[in-house]
Design a protein around this ligand. Structure first.
Ligand SMILES: [Zn+2]
Length: 212
């Protein structure tokens, strides 16, 4: 774990992250920053989903890339096209943290995308780290996730799709840390802690910040 020697260009606050983080969140400005070479940076707005969970101490915000997309679907089979249009997600959530064994442990981004929850946003930005996947890398799995969600209802063979991204945001989804597992406080989905690559580091960073 390290305190990364980089600062928010807007407010000057030191940004804190984990060793392998690629994107850092300023919890004053609600801004996500991906520092590139020679002082260049990519900026994304950050929002945090609200939870009714009272036990704030146990809440960890996990980062997701959220895309509002406009889809253009076509298919020779009209019935199939109708079903695909009905079930296609308008908002796609891709894990920005590192996780392994999706087939074994589940995929939180895919579950959120399948559920299409109406999220309510926190007024105040929260602390969040663990954003190891850049937006450019996440974007590569957009089509795959959309088709996987449609495929739960309708076989996607023969379906053509093009998509346009209308909005990209980094969002924090509250997870309840139950030691051996994390529970998504939005969908209720439970995931074994061992599936999250940087969880031990994230926990110890949070403990350190809470002690300050
Ligand atoms: Zn800032």
């Amino acid at each position: 774990m390290r305190i990364v020697p980089c600062q928010c260009p807007d407010c000057g606050r030191d940004l804190t992250g984990l060793d392998n983080d690629r994107v850092f969140v300023c919890s004053t400005c609600a801004l996500a920053l991906h520092f590139l070479h020679e002082g260049d940076m990519l900026r994304y707005p950050v929002r945090f989903a609200k939870t009714l969970e009272k036990n704030r101490e146990s809440i960890m915000y996990m980062p997701f890339w959220m895309y509002r997309v406009k889809l253009d679907l076509s298919c020779k089979d009209n019935r199939k096209l109708k079903n695909a249009l009905r079930t296609a997600p308008q908002t796609v959530y891709l894990n920005a943290f590192k996780m392994h064994g999706f087939s074994l442990y589940g995929n939180p981004g895919l579950s959120l995308t399948a559920l299409q929850p109406t999220l309510i946003w926190e007024d105040n930005p929260q602390f969040m780290a663990g954003c190891r996947r850049t937006e450019a890398s996440a974007k590569n799995s957009l089509s795959h996730v959309i088709l996987a969600v449609i495929d739960r209802h309708e076989d996607v063979t023969g379906l053509d799709m093009s998509l346009e991204i209308e909005e990209t945001t980094l969002i924090g989804v509250p997870f309840l840390d139950q030691q051996d597992k994390l529970r998504d406080a939005v969908t209720g989905g439970e995931y074994l802690s061992l599936a999250f690559d940087d969880l031990a580091l994230y926990r110890s960073l949070r403990r350190r910040l809470n002690r300050r």
